[in-house]
Design a protein around this ligand. Sequence first.
Ligand SMILES: [Ca+2]
Ligand SMILES: [Ca+2]
Ligand SMILES: [Ca+2]
Length: 207
Amino acid sequence: MKFLNTAFITLLLLTTVIVNVANAGLILEEDFDPITSANWTLSNGSVLGNPASEFYSQNALHFNGSGTRSATTNSFDMTTGGMLSFMLKIGGSNDTALFEDADAGEDVLIQYATNGGSWINLVVIDTEDAIYKDTWGMVNLSFSGSAMTNNTKFQWIQASHSGNNWDNWAIDNVSLSNNVNVPEPTTFAIFALGIIGLASRRFKKKS
Ligand SMILES: [Ca+2]
Ligand SMILES: [Ca+2]
Ligand SMILES: [Ca+2]
């Protein structure tokens, strides 16, 4: 009975460990429904809903103001590398005034900075890219190398625009995750068998 109890508790602990590891990768999740303000430093971006059925999923972070248009995350530990994913829409000729056509060169830059240093481009998305112009497209960016520090933050910023209400774009469903070394199930199985074996031997010795 004692052996069975030990084996059961061991399996329970291992199950917990596996679940925790699988969840550890997600660092930031934002759907703007509503926005979690503590996640962001915004410049001339506002959360808008579904006024013309042009938004991806309920509210999105929409940029149409004058001056710098940017959204910056907090700093995170990215030493294991990871993935930044989000939905992006850039105004095109078929959109309404909410997504006024962003002209060539008014690109959307996704950047990172480490330890408060200068911004470095992860990717520059051309406003004429058909994946995002007039429509919502998914962006998946995996990063490595110099972005992998314990103090890395990310930002979206438009290279230029023609002022208030011109050349609009928006993001939604932002997800940031880091890479986690997930132990293979076989490793856990061998480990579990070993512990059960030891417990069994100790139990036999005592009895
Ligand atoms: Ca949303
Ligand atoms: Ca324009
Ligand atoms: Ca313009």
